[in-house]
Design a protein around this ligand. Structure first.
Ligand code: MG
Length: 167
């Protein structure tokens, strides 16, 4: 078995042209919000943290090394591309994803009402049952940048199990 941890944070700014924010997307799901992540790709902090958790469990290069944020191919790219590469690497290495647990820290928009949709989307991207994907939404109690709605922060832990193992 191998355990992996992923973390990401993106600054949130008014959506362009009012600011540098991209449309708000999290876990591959679009949200209607006046602020959005600043990033070279679509800025999906949840998919970035999930990608890094999988790559970390494998002990491979991280998302920034595989998909440099100055490469034109990744300008505005869907972060599902990054996650798909990580999922492929898990398979190639002879592992399967046993489960994944994510914590999203965000003041707004609220993810609670769309939690089942987010879990479903993650399970599709990961190719594992929705019961194996957990997601928790937290606020930052209005303190610091995250609490003031100026950033989104995500922590992810995942467990990989060698294919064929049943224990
Ligand atoms: Mg990121």
């Amino acid at each position: 078995m191998r355990i992996g941890h992923g973390y990401d944070l993106h600054r949130l700014e008014p959506v362009a042209p009012a600011g540098a924010g991209r449309p708000f997307v999290l876990g591959g799901v679009s949200f209607d919000h006046d602020r959005g992540p600043v990033g070279h790709s679509d800025g999906d902090a949840l998919l970035h943290a999930v990608t890094d958790a999988l790559l970390g469990a494998l002990g491979e290069d991280d998302i920034g090394q595989l998909f440099p944020d100055d490469h034109p191919d990744w300008d505005g790219a869907s972060s599902a591309i990054f996650l798909q590469e990580a999922v492929e690497r898990v398979k190639r290495a002879g592992y399967r994803i046993a489960n994944l647990d994510a914590t999203v820290i965000l003041e707004a928009p609220k993810i609670g009402p769309r939690k089942s949709e987010l879990r479903q989307r993650l399970s599709e991207l990961l190719g594992i049952p929705v019961e194996s994907v957990n997601l928790k939404g937290k606020t930052h109690e209005k303190v610091d940048a995250v609490g003031e709605g100026r950033a989104v922060e995500v922590h992810v832990v995942t467990l990989l199990v060698a294919v064929g193992r049943t224990d």
